[in-house]
Design a protein around this ligand. Structure first.
Ligand code: F6P
Length: 533
């Protein structure tokens, strides 16, 4: 990029690279005070990043130069910011009670959803053998799966008694049979979630589950009673045999990975009840208001986005880890992988030109402390520096003994990444213990430190808090897309694989290999066909 603010940041980089984080903390005793934000019932500590106030000011200039305020208004007011698909991007309207362009549509579907939830929780939704349905199987993938799955796990402590929700996403039949092996066909409601209703994995799983259900119940009309569809393509859902009353709408102005707030949240509403689902929406809305109204320097998503840009484009750090220290958020990294990498994993800008700068980092993560016993070795001593987001909660529903251990681990990880341990320090430590082989051990026990992280702390994991946390990341991703001048709301990159997959499937089914295939694909197919004979 050649803009004024970008160049100024590049120039400023030299000043920052001369400083180690531990020295910045030593010389600036109020560093935390200067570089943290209390917002919307939470705290963002960004002091453990390799930056200072000058860096931030220059990043705010970058945001202004990219006309972030203008784009933010377009987002909320329904401008066609998804220009390739000529669509507005209005997931924020799904969680806004105030008059908005989509309010009538949204509240009508929410009311229909509420009726379904009431019928189900009052045990009035009867299956083909007249028994009330109490288990739910959700069939969907990507944005039609990751959000409900994450939220169901995260909010399990709020679940209503006796409701069990299972998910089938992968087209691998092992995924489906694992779930079908657990359920009673006479007591199970199936929810098919697919915005397009053409997704191969979901259609295949849906058809197989339908066949299984008809076979198990011996009732051809069971599909009309025990299947719900959530889609923007009602016609295909009807064709698949679903009853019109059992189809909830979603819309093309809501992207799949932004759709948890729509009727896609039905599994969650069945699990928690409608009031708690509305709390999730309220939490997300409160973050929308924060993002829309706060100045950049007090705006959590803007700060996190700009710090991410600094790490990715100026410090040149290719990866990014999200580490929730709460096992209920174990699926958050996977959810954010789609949100971040499907939105901003792009190499063409809004004018159709190749990006000459890096875009989305490679995102991964795991709930703490599990990740500590897997990949944190690399986070501490690997040759690649990986900026991290640590996420923790002050309160727990269970033992304080466990919770204190959990939280102390979280704080120790970010502290260790920041300070590191010098060769002199590890040598002195070994000498104090009268250790042998100090020359061998001391280098291996040294840590470069200077590894950046954010820490997000909240009071308690509630539906409201989860809504607000997910909306925080949505807006972070949006801001980065604006700075990179890319369209964060299409996903053309997933298409080529789908198209090629169709031809390969034909080959597998017909047991013939077209000479259109390259030698590698042809040979791999040959091997697979031999194995299945
Ligand atoms: O992976 C591509 C994708 O289109 C995602 O963007 C989407 O969330 C997912 O497939 C599922 O799509 P659908 O809801 O149409 O089945």
């Amino acid at each position: 990029m050649t803009t004024v603010a970008w160049k100024a940041l590049n120039k400023h980089l030299g000043d920052i690279q001369n400083h180690q984080l531990r020295d910045l903390f030593a010389s600036q005793t109020d560093r935390f005070q200067q570089l943290h934000l209390e917002f919307e019932g939470g705290l963002l500590d960004y002091s453990k990043n390799r930056l200072n106030q000058v860096t931030l000011d220059k990043l705010f200039d970058l945001a202004s130069e990219a006309k972030l305020e203008h784009w933010r208004e377009l987002l909320f007011s329904g401008g066609q910011i998804n220009h390739t698909e000529q669509r507005a991007v209005l997931h924020t309207a799904l969680r806004d009670n105030k008059p908005n362009p989509k309010q009538t549509l949204v509240s009508r579907e929410l009311d229909r959803m509420q009726q379904m939830v009431e019928q189900f929780s009052q045990k009035k939704w009867l299956g083909s053998s007249n028994k009330p349905l109490r288990e739910v199987v959700v069939i969907g993938i990507g944005g039609s799966y990751l959000g409900p799955k994450l939220a169901s796990e995260a909010l399990q402590t709020y679940a209503q008694k006796d409701v069990l929700v299972h998910y089938i996403s992968n087209v691998d039949a092992h995924d489906m049979h694992e779930v079908l092996g657990l359920i009673d066909p006479t007591e199970t409601l199936f929810i098919v979630i697919s915005k397009s209703f053409t997704t191969q994995e979901t259609s295949t799983n849906m058809r197989s589950c339908m066949r299984w259900l008809v076979e198990k119940t011996g009732d051809q009309s069971v599909i009309q009673k025990q299947f719900i569809g959530i889609t923007a393509n009602t016609e295909l859902a009807l064709k698949a045999g679903l009853a019109a009353n059992n189809i909830l709408s979603m819309w093309d102005w809501v992207g799949g990975r932004y759709s948890l707030w729509s009727t896609v949240g039905l599994p969650l509403a069945l699990l928690l009840g409608m009031d708690q689902f509305r709390q999730l929406l309220a939490g997300a809305h409160s973050m929308d208001e924060h993002f829309r109204n706060q100045d950049f320097n007090k705006n959590a998503p803007v700060l996190m986005a700009l710090i991410g840009i600094w790490n990715r484009n100026f410090l040149n750090l290719p990866a990014y880890a999200v580490l929730p220290y709460d096992s209920r958020l174990r699926s958050l990294p996977r959810y954010l992988q789609q949100l971040d990498m499907e939105s901003n994993g792009k190499d063409v800008d809004r004018h159709g030109k190749a990006c000459t700068y890096q875009t989305a980092p490679i995102l991964f993560g795991e709930a703490g402390t599990n990740g500590q016993h897997a990949f944190h070795q690399l986070l501490h001593q690997g040759t690649t520096t990986v900026p991290c987001d640590f996420i923790g909660f002050r309160q727990t529903n269970y033992s304080q003994e466990h919770h204190h251990i959990l939280l102390s681990n979280m704080l120790a990880q970010s502290q260790a990444m920041m300070t590191g341990r010098t060769l002199e320090e590890s040598t002195a430590m070994l000498q104090a213990k009268n250790a042998e082989r100090i020359d061998t051990l001391a280098p291996a026990m040294s840590f470069s430190g200077n590894r950046p992280s954010n820490t997000l702390l909240f009071d308690r994991l509630t539906p409201f808090r989860l809504g607000s946390l997910l909306a925080l990341y949505e807006h972070k991703v949006f801001v980065q897309g604006i700075i990179w001048n890319i369209n964060s709301f299409d996903q053309m990159g997933v298409e080529l694989g789908k198209t090629l997959g169709d031809k390969i499937l034909q080959s597998l089914q017909s047991k013939s290999i077209s000479n259109e295939f390259d030698s590698s694909t042809a040979a791999l197919l040959t091997y697979l066909m031999q194995q299945s004979d």
